[in-house]
Ligand binder design. Structure first.
Ligand code: CA
Length: 423
């Protein structure tokens, strides 16, 4: 049973108004403190809590975790203990920090050993990602891309409404929020009637996505049914699947994206558990044609997560350019996972699944520059008056996401990345 989600709970740790991290969140991440090894942490308000220190103080003794699960460079070892164990851990953390629980609250002499302000810690990549799969599950995005690059009359390919289309991406180049990267180089074909050239990409784009991270799945050969899917999802992050559109356009036929996508992808530092998001579960989109039986979900497998994208220029001036929502996705995470494993493909602890670009129905809700500036034909004007068709050197793309109902707000913080000039 999830006790950590109760809306009336308050923490003895201060939580600023509009914080993404009230006591109902309890996300997981990996922190680096001066002179200490990386360790598992959570966050309440703007305070970071070192869970390894709490473990050493004996507060998780009744749980099934070991020191190595918290004294770790990644969350994988902790996740390996499975859904119910992590749920109990989250419940225990919640209990320890509730305002009416004096156990830890009044033990002021130990607070310094585990409690840190956010700006005094470095956030590391939280997951040792085994495999990264990227889906293409927004109908609006797939339609927009089809209209631009193929045929407006047949924008969606025939399989799209039947299959949560995806491809196997690259795990080695997934980085944590805040990591800058260089403009990639490769083959591009600026003019249709001329040969390709080798060049720095001229069309760097972001893709507004959510990622989900899995617990250990089943053995090779077995499938995770759609009814079981939630039991295998640890949590979600914000995810920017950076793309080089000119490289993509030339290389993607017939096997799909390759070097246009694998130069870098950025994930947010805190993983918000699927448990924490349960109050924000909403009805999934009506699907037509009716999906095959193995993809038939509960009808309420979508999540209402507000998403925003902003571009910050070198002067740190931010312009919001997109507002979307995770609930716009046509295919749900449960459907993606059921489809991914229906052939017996084994999912392992720490696998990352990208949703695909999350575009909504209106122009301001498109989740990529490709769509927002419509292939460069409708440049965006930023607050400083400059225009963008794609992302320029020195630009930082910032994505934010949060859920909000009448009583609580739970969020992901932000994922950001800065584009540096080509090497
Ligand atoms: Ca993508």
């Amino acid at each position: 049973m999830i006790t950590a989600n109760q809306a009336h709970l308050r923490s003895w740790i201060p939580v600023p108004e509009h914080s993404d991290f009230p006591i109902q969140n309890i996300p997981f991440g990996i922190i680096k403190l001066e002179g200490k090894s990386p360790r598992v942490a959570t966050r309440i308000g703007d305070s970071v809590i070192d869970l390894f220190e709490l473990y050493k103080l004996g507060y998780f003794e009744s749980l099934t975790f070991d020191a190595m699960d918290f004294d770790a460079s990644f969350l994988n070892s902790l996740m390996k203990k499975g859904k119910l164990a992590v749920r109990e851990l989250r419940n225990s953390i919640s209990s320890l920090f509730q305002s009416d629980n004096s156990l830890l609250r009044d033990k002021m002499e130990v607070h310094g050993s585990f409690l840190y302000s956010l700006d005094s810690v470095e956030m590391l990549l939280p997951i040792q990602i085994g495999d990264y799969t990227d889906f293409y599950s927004s109908k609006e995005h797939a339609t927009n891309v089809g209209v631009m690059f193929r045929d407006p009359a047949n924008a969606l390919l025939p399989n799209w409404l039947w299959i949560p289309v995806g491809y196997h991406g690259r795990a080695s180049s997934v980085v944590v929020s805040g990591t800058p990267f260089h403009r990639p180089k490769g083959q591009i074909k600026p003019n249709d009637d001329e040969d390709p050239i080798f060049s720095a990409s001229r069309q760097i784009d972001f893709e507004l996505e959510m990622g989900f991270v899995t617990f250990d799945g089943k053995a090779l050969g077995d499938s995770i049914s759609i009814a079981e899917a939630d039991d295998y999802i640890f949590g979600l992050c914000l995810f920017n699947d950076w793309s080089a559109r000119d490289i993509q356009k030339w290389e993607y036929v017939p096997l799909g994206p390759f070097l246009a996508k694998n130069f870098v992808s950025t994930m947010s530092a805190w993983i918000v558990t699927l448990d924490a998001l349960q109050p924000f579960r909403v009805e999934s989109p009506i699907q037509s044609p009716e999906v095959l039986a193995y993809l038939a979900g509960s009808g309420k497998d979508s999540y209402d997560i507000n998403l925003q994208v902003a571009i910050a220029t070198e002067s740190n001036e931010e312009t919001e350019i997109c507002q979307s929502n995770f609930k716009y996705m046509y295919w749900t995470m449960a459907q993606q996972l059921a489809h991914h494993t229906v052939n017996g493909c084994n999912v392992r602890v720490g696998d990352l699944m990208g949703s695909g670009t999350i575009s909504g129905p209106t122009e301001g809700s498109y989740g990529s520059m490709l769509e927002l500036a419509w292939k460069g034909t409708k440049p965006l004007t930023l607050a400083d008056g400059s225009q963008r068709r794609f992302i320029l050197d020195g630009d930082t793309v910032v994505m934010r996401g949060y859920c909000q109902n009448a009583s609580i707000r739970i969020g992901f913080g932000e994922v950001k990345g800065k584009l540096l000039p080509a090497k």
